[in-house]
Design a protein around this ligand. Sequence first.
Ligand SMILES: C[S@@+](CC[C@H](N)C(=O)[O-])C[C@H]1O[C@@H](n2cnc3c(N)ncnc32)[C@H](O)[C@@H]1O
Length: 275
Amino acid sequence: MRVVLRFDTDYQLEAETLAKSLQIPVVSSELHLRTGVDFELLLNHTGLSLSELPGKRDDSQPGKQKNKESNKVKTDIRCDFISGELRHRRLYGGGKNQMILKATGLNKHKPSIMDLTAGLGRDSYVLATAGARVTMFERQPVVAALLADGLRRLRSAGDEQELAIAQRLSLHKGDSLNCLPALAEREAADVIYLDPMFPERGKAAKVKKSMAFFHHLVGNDDDSAALLPLALATARYRVVVKRPRHAPPLADLKPSLCFEGKSTRFDVYPLKKMA
Ligand SMILES: C[S@@+](CC[C@H](N)C(=O)[O-])C[C@H]1O[C@@H](n2cnc3c(N)ncnc32)[C@H](O)[C@@H]1O
């Protein structure tokens, strides 16, 4: 998979530093983008975003003709904690009744949480908004860069509440399977939260294009079953796993408790009563 970084002229220094850390080339014009490149990162005044370039992934149905839309650059993804869906959820969302808060115990307590599969940090943000201190792990370097950019913008948003949420969020770039044992010796986690990728097939992949695009970047997290025993050996009070509603439990380990929504389920593995 090839990724390039394009930038607006005011951002040359930051772009070069980022490209060096990700070990990807910087390009100054779209003309460079046409051959052998799957994804383009763009750095400008709105922050960092990622687009998938045309023709690199065929998720159309067999025999179905591609329309003109498939030749355009697809929708971009970014980590956005200060506008759109997450802002709306923070201001007008379901409060303490949200399933993720009940599953993690945040409806009654203020546990510290480790999110071992942070992705673009949406779940971590919801947990931190409810008052949890959340340590996030993300191993896909481009996703981790998008997440770091989202956090940076949240910190500089200038709103006191947003600043307080940002201060409760920290990011470890790397594989939680490797980093957790050393970190857990210094810093215990009350709750460990897992949301590994789950293969999206058929209709679901067509409905959620941005999800399919994210999937192409990250892959299937085929080693995700190994996270559960590690989490169970590390968490103080409970482990929570987010799954698609009809998916089998992670590592085929039946949870003691489930919170089920329309498309998602939270499997809870309690270890000790939360104090
Ligand atoms: C489905 S996404 C998580 C979405 C996230 N819950 C959110 O709300 O944005 C799964 C993410 O976990 C990351 N991941 C999977 N296994 C990991 C591991 N062992 N260590 C760190 N990150 C991991 C993947 O790279 C991917 O970005």
